[in-house]
Ligand binder design. Sequence first.
Ligand code: ADP
Ligand code: ZN
Length: 534
Amino acid sequence: VPRARDFTGTDPRVILHEVFGYDDFRGDQGAIVEHVVAGGDAVVLMPTGGGKSITYQVPALARPGTGLVVSPLIALMHDQVDALIANGVRAAYLNSTQGPSERHAVEQAFLAGELDLIYVAPERLSSAATTSLLQRGRLSVIAIDEAHCVSQWGHDFRPDYLALGDLAERFPGVPRMALTATATRETHRELTQRLDLPRAKHFVASFDRPNIQYRIEPKNEPRRQLVSFIRALRDALPDEGTAGIVYALSRKSVEQTAEYLSSQGIPALPYHAGLDASVRAAHQSRFLRDENVVMVATIAFGMGIDKPDVRFVAHIDLPKSVEGYYQETGRAGRDGEPAVVWMAYGLGDVVQQRRLIEQSPGDRAFKMRLGQHLDAMLALCETVGCRRQNLLGYFGQESAPCGNCDTCLQPPDTFDGTVAAQKLMSTIVRLQRERGQAFGAGQLIDILRGNTTDRVRQQRHDELATFGIGSDLSEQDWRGVVRQLLATGLLVARGEYGTLALGDSAGDVLRGQRTVLLRRDVMGRRGSTSGVRR
Ligand code: ADP
Ligand code: ZN
């Protein structure tokens, strides 16, 4: 370990080279560093892997005093501090995992001016004791990482972040930075305001990750589909490992999926909050070491995991928001080599997510916001246009069709689904008017297809005028129709059983005043993962 050295006043480029071993700044890094070293505030929007850390670490070294980094992720904090120490930087953290003597040592080092960087969890900054400690020393810069967490309406709100709004008053004259890898236009505006950065310079990098190929397919048998996806990826990238992350919603699904993959000859490990800490740690370190292991996890996994050679990220359940999807898929291909992100999504996901929103605590406005997050996610799933264009558009960035997503590589078939939608909607209306009943997708599809199941007979649904009028479409086609109508809000799913009702503008379709263009679902679309490229 090189001896720690004081870099105050040193040229940032020299620090970059001597401390971090990089030849040059990347993208906006140089401009950000220059601005902050000169004492300016900055808002930095840069995708995961873009190199945000350097933008506050270098100013922290170049300016007199200690750089304060506010980070909500304790695991990430530990990793960063270890990496910094290995580079000869005097770094430490203050968090809840420390005993009193360790904490005391860090405090003394800070007060003695012997630290270049100090990492602190946001909740600690709410305490008067921490503030007073920090005020007794000298700060060079304040960096607020994961700054989108201050957005009350965002997907990742953390109440402790709200208290960060008065840092300017607590530490006058110290340049402040807010950094995030996920911000819509709205979140960007909100964090600038809440973190009180009216004079900050804004650095907004492109959110495009060109080496990532986006694929979304209709969910049928998710585990089987997942295995074919992984095998196809192996064929497409024969010379590389196939380390990947599979995200699932429930612990049970995580366990079952990991078992299934293993049984199919794909080494896989589960990771979720219900597992013993030692098991989680063991699985995580195996994942970090191994270039072929698949981690099956709930979404908590991956925050701050810096594994550059993750070749794929798969979702077998629908994420709640585009921000979440972008963040999770962003863990693929951080080394710049080709990577594929894949998702299977189906009718059940839409019904389940709507139900979760309905049951969530919170007022009407809050639920509405969750609903909008979901709608944006569904629009990405159902688009017949370029996935990347849709995704970047969500973050306020315009782009041309990418040529590296499933819809660009194989433009989806569409068909006029107006008549199908009318058949389905009038069945819903009849059940409601004639019987006072509401049913979920399964029963409605049986009625439309003319299936005389026990339940159909019991309910005498074979006597309805619409019985059998939809036998021209398969069961799977109908599920696609229902899913897409739900996604666009022409239908709504209610209650625990996801019973279907008409959405606000369904009348336009029934009256023939609106046509419905639908995507024809094809399972395991041709040439899955074809054309993977850098
Ligand atoms: P972020 O926090 O934006 O996700 P990191 O700060 O973790 O990104 O950086 C991502 C990767 O890029 C890291 O492996 C880091 O070492 C590397 N990196 C950052 N800046 C440079 C640079 N100027 N030159 C080369 N590699 C860099
Ligand atoms: Zn595309």
